[in-house]
Design a binder for this molecule. Structure first.
Ligand code: SF4
Ligand code: SF4
Length: 238
């Protein structure tokens, strides 16, 4: 119902599904009926997505956002016709950009996987309200997006420190942590969305989670070595 509901994930999913262009239509800016002014959020999302598109080699013109009221039928038709012509002129996604199909798929998948992280890191800017058109270009810069991707963190659980308290296991929003009672916990790097929750919730007395930027993540401890032998329990049962 509201353009503010448009998530960057929707945009990149559309491209992953082979769409050559994405159009976001929102109500006129400053005319939102709600305090949330979701259309400003949609604008910020579009500006961020355009920078990300440029970063992965896609023409940002393939994404278009326009604002109009429900009574602006003619304007809507004009925007759609113009955008339709533009997308046709751009040709199939990736072809005019010279990106191989498989490569494009992998770049889009990488972005889709990082969307939750990007939203967390950029939440303040995504929530801003740009009332002047001249501020649009500067909200997100090309350098900023490049850094964003260069500084993507990884989270790692030190097997020597993990006490299998299961806090991170329970709090991970995407079930990316393999663990259990008396089992050293391990992060599945392919599933992890880099939210940082595990680092926040791991009790300081254990401090088992590390944030790694720009370096390799140590390999996971083998399955057979993940059981923690509790000294006290052993002695009790003997
Ligand atoms: S950072 Fe931690 S809590 Fe967040 S998704 Fe990755 S493993 Fe799960
Ligand atoms: S919160 Fe820390 S100590 Fe507890 S299971 Fe997770 S990594 Fe291990």
């Amino acid at each position: 119902m509201c353009s503010g509901r448009v998530d960057p994930e929707f945009v990149f999913r559309a491209f992953s599904n082979g769409q050559d262009g994405v159009f976001i239509g929102g109500c006129r800016l400053n005319e939102c009926n709600y305090v949330t002014h979701g259309n400003f959020h949609a604008l910020n999302v579009a500006l961020l997505c355009k920078r990300i598109m440029a970063y992965i080699g896609l023409n940002p013109e393939r994404l278009n956002i326009r604002f109009m009221s429900a009574g602006d039928g003619i304007l809507f038709a004009e925007h759609m016709n113009d955008f339709g012509k533009k997308v046709k002129a751009l040709g199939p996604l990736g072809v005019s950009e010279g990106i191989d199909r498989q490569e494009l798929k992998s770049r889009l998948e990488d972005v889709a996987r990082l969307v939750p992280y990007i939203k967390i890191v950029k939440r303040e800017k995504l929530g801003s309200r740009l009332t002047k058109k001249e501020d649009h270009d500067g909200l997100f810069t090309a350098d900023e997006v490049e850094n964003l991707f260069r500084e993507v963190p990884s989270y790692y659980i030190d097997p020597e420190k993990c006490q299998a308290c299961m806090t991170c296991f329970r709090r991970c929003p995407v079930e990316a942590i393999d663990g259990g009672k008396n089992r050293i916990h391990v992060i599945d790097q392919d599933k992890c969305i880099k939210c940082g929750t595990c680092l926040e919730v791991c009790p300081p007395k254990f401090g088992a989670v590390t944030r790694i930027v720009g370096g390799p993540v140590p390999p996971p401890i083998p399955e057979e070595k993940r059981t923690i032998a509790r000294k006290g329990k052993k002695e009790e049962s003997t």
